[in-house]
Write a protein of this length. Structure first.
Length: 271
């Protein structure tokens, strides 16, 4: 049984602080991807509307597209994810290539301007990301088209700031599963060390571990449901702290016993 959390979580936003801490946000992105181990780089891509210069006050390009010019980003296989917390649902809409090109045009334009080194006129919006839909592209995975119900926690909402170190035990239909979130790692005898959001999922007699990066003391589950129709729980996380804002999508259908990357990951850095 999970413990209730009566406070209403605030939506993801980037904090306006001094620009020199941008490097800390960049480090959190590298921590998640674990660049020393290519097997732990998230295979999927997540994009959101906002600024895409790749420096302070903007989103950072996800690892699979990091070395790819924006003009060559593929337009096939995109799905628009639109959560509705009040209705308790997530709408998943696959996009045709033309639809994706139209929806992602502002992002592509920002990236192409940045790649050419041209100046931006950002006004007062330079440090904020727009709320709403995310656009994800996950090779080899099919998200479930349509409206998917989200889990409602005991606080009555579809989002939860979980107690770190607590083992939540839930069910999706008749399928029991459990998960734990903690900050940092633990030695074999239980001593804590390091930092960063560590997510452990227990399902079907298997244990799956994820290093979600960021800062483990500021983590929120934004949506929990079966996003790809395989009958297993999937998670959308918000991870914040130290002037960075991170979103991580975990599809349990792609999990392997032991260490796993998140399915997609997006880092934004404040200014």
């Amino acid at each position: 049984m999970n413990r209730p959390n009566s406070s209403q979580p605030s939506p993801p936003r980037l904090h306006r602080v001094r620009a020199f801490v941008w490097s800390v946000g960049l480090i959190s992105a590298v921590t998640c991807a674990n660049a020393t181990d290519p097997a732990l780089v998230p295979p999927g891509v997540m994009l959101q509307q906002g600024e895409w210069r790749g420096d302070v006050g903007t989103h950072l390009v996800p690892a699979p597209f990091d070395q790819l010019p924006a003009a060559k980003w593929p337009m096939d296989g995109w799905v628009q994810m639109s959560p509705d917390p009040q209705a308790g649902t997530m709408t998943l809409r696959p996009l045709q290539a033309g639809e994706a090109r139209t929806a992602l045009k502002p992002i592509l334009s920002h990236r192409q301007i940045a790649e050419r080194g041209e100046p931006f006129d950002l006004g007062d919006q330079s440090g904020l990301s727009e709320e709403g839909s995310s656009y994800v592209r996950i090779p080899g995975s099919r998200l479930k088209a349509g409206v998917v119900p989200l889990h409602r926690f005991k606080n009555g909402t579809t989002s939860l700031v979980p107690e770190l170190g607590y083992r939540f035990q839930l069910k999706l239909g008749e399928l029991p599963y459990a998960f734990t979130l903690q900050n940092g790692f633990r030695t074999a005898d239980g001593r804590p060390y390091g930092e960063g959001t560590q997510f452990t999922l227990e399902i079907g007699g298997q244990r799956y571990e994820y290093d979600l990066g960021g800062y483990g003391w500021e983590v929120r589950i934004d949506a929990l449901g079966d996003f790809d129709g395989d009958g297993r729980p999937d998670f959308l996380f918000y991870i914040g702290g130290s002037n960075s804002s991170n979103s991580a999508l975990v599809l349990s259908s792609q999990a392997k016993p032991g260490k796993n990357p998140p399915t997609t990951y997006l880092t934004s850095v404040g200014c």
